[in-house]
Design a protein around this ligand. Structure first.
Ligand code: FRU
Length: 488
């Protein structure tokens, strides 16, 4: 069954690709050749190459029976599309190969994923189980004959039991999954195995209280800089001021974990990214010891204007993670991304600016690096406008009195709106790295303490860049930009 389904899906995608409109196609982000993608899955390094899989519906620009799409790279920046890795339709995954992870076990690359099974399509009732698929070459995967490896959740549950993340600690394999109890409580539950095939239940790692939603999707758990981090994507959190403004959130707890007692003691929930489009993040550790995260650069139920162009969904840039001494996650673009830089524009060095300035930078794939000296700044607010035209602009601004960074995409083109804000810890500088692609923006602030990731859909002519301030002067330490390479 699988081989036929995989061949059919690959052949379909090859044809669908011919009808994809290029205007919003990204230049240096992971996307499918055509049609729908959502969560990143199975991030892993195997035999010297980076592999990223993703939730993929090859037959339509809308979500549908989930396959695993696949890209690989030698350097984390130049990606190539591989044949579709998993197609649904076997007894263990009749209606979908949902999210999961990948591990290297000796010579083998093993995918661990959720099988989705519809009971009644109309009523959206289903059940979910956990499965594995094995590859010797990193390209062709065989589903384990005795799937599922976990047939059902261990205790009173609703139908939600998915998104296995697996890792090795000492000589044991551990798996966490998202889970919902009969009382509608979101949980992350833990399993243990010696061989990736036989799993025993090991308890609840953490669960929601009344503030943290009804279901926790896509959990990830790892040790970093002497702490333990649980990342997950809770559904059902209420907006609170500038926080939790998207339909669903992605965030984390940082704390200490004891493998013997399964006790995880941690601080408050913190949102991981503050833009409009960031969800279902997953991480992995590479051979340099870096913890690298990639998220889905979209949001459920959002307007996706590229559907009319024959595709929808993309992944964020890979980001290196650290934990600060305040137990906050810092996210910065991986070092390799500097290799995408082509022509450099040095726009300002050590300048006190007292009126708006426009620059002749028209590249559609662009990295901008800017630093402001806040001690020498008297302006109440200042910022950058990118993708500016007659009627359109995307505005990144900083409110000096409130220490708030905002991303305003109310004039960012087709079908998007809204402002997102994040309060930054007080500093005497503000430094930003901004990655602009044809339909996305990622802003990294002050050594990664905050990021804002959003999709934007400007019309083609809108390429300008300008700097503005109000009620005083702003001191720019430097402003540089680089045209970036198109990897596709
Ligand atoms: C998260 C999610 C996962 C699920 C997958 C289905 O975005 O809902 O929980 O496995 O997407 O595509």
């Amino acid at each position: 069954m699988t081989t036929i389904n995989l061949k059919k899906a690959d052949a379909f995608i090859k044809e669908a690709k011919k009808n994809v409109h290029p205007r919003y196609r990204l230049g240096y982000h992971i996307m499918a050749p055509a049609n729908w993608i959502n969560d990143p899955n199975g991030l892993v390094q195997y035999k010297g190459e980076y592999h990223v899989f993703f939730q993929h519906h090859p037959y339509d620009e809308n979500w549908g029976p989930m396959h695993w799409g696949h890209v690989k790279s030698k350097d984390l920046i130049h990606w190539e599309h591989c044949p579709i890795a998993l197609a649904p339709g076997d007894a263990c995954d009749k209606d979908g190969c949902f999210s999961g992870s990948a591990v290297v076990d000796g010579e083998e690359l093993v995918l661990i994923y959720t099988g989705h099974h519809l009971i009644d399509k109309e009523k959206d009732t289903f059940f979910q189980n956990q499965n594995i698929a094995i590859s010797q070459d990193g390209l062709h995967f065989t589903k384990y004959e005795q799937n599922p490896v976990i047939a059902k959740p261990p205790h009173g549950s609703t139908q939600h039991f998915r998104d296995p993340k697996v890792w090795k600690h000492n000589n044991d394999w551990y798996m966490i999954t998202g889970h919902q109890t009969e009382d509608g409580i979101g949980q992350v539950i833990l399993f243990k195995s010696q061989n990736l095939r036989d799993w025993t239940y090991h308890g609840v790692l953490e669960q929601s209280d009344d503030k943290h939603g009804y279901m926790w999707e896509c959990p990830d758990f790892f040790e970093l800089d002497g702490r333990y981090v649980l990342m997950f994507s809770p559904q059902g959190m209420e907006p609170s001021g500038d926080l939790y403004q998207n339909l669903f959130q992605t965030g984390y707890f940082v704390g200490q974990y004891d493998y013997e007692t399964n006790a995880f003691k941690h601080g408050d929930f913190t949102e991981l990214d503050h833009g409009h489009d960031f969800y279902a993040v997953q991480t992995f550790k590479d051979d340099q010891g870096r913890r690298i995260a990639i998220g889905w650069m979209d949001m459920w139920e959002s307007n996706m204007p590229t559907k009319e162009d024959g595709w929808a969904g993309a992944l964020t840039l890979p980001r290196e993670l650290h934990v600060s001494k305040e137990e906050q996650i810092l996210m910065t673009p991986v070092e390799e991304l500097k290799q995408l830089r082509k022509k450099e524009h040095t726009l300002l060095v050590d300048k006190l600016i007292e009126e708006p300035l426009s620059f002749d930078v028209t590249d559609d794939l662009l990295e901008i690096e800017v630093a402001f000296d806040l001690e020498a700044t008297t302006a109440g607010s200042f910022g950058l406008k990118v993708r500016c035209g007659q009627t359109e602009e995307t505005v990144i601004s900083y409110d000096v009195n409130e220490n708030k960074l905002s991303l305003d995409r109310s004039k960012s083109g087709k079908g998007v709106s809204g402002v997102r804000r994040v309060k930054l810890p007080e500093k005497n500088h503000l430094s930003l790295r901004i990655y602009l692609d044809r339909s996305s923006i990622e802003v990294f602030a002050n050594e990664g303490i905050a990021t804002l990731t959003s999709r934007i859909y400007p019309v083609e002519q809108n390429q300008g860049l300008s700097l503005f301030q109000s009620d005083g002067k702003v001191k720019v330490t430097h402003l540089k930009a680089w045209e970036l390479e198109d990897i596709w």
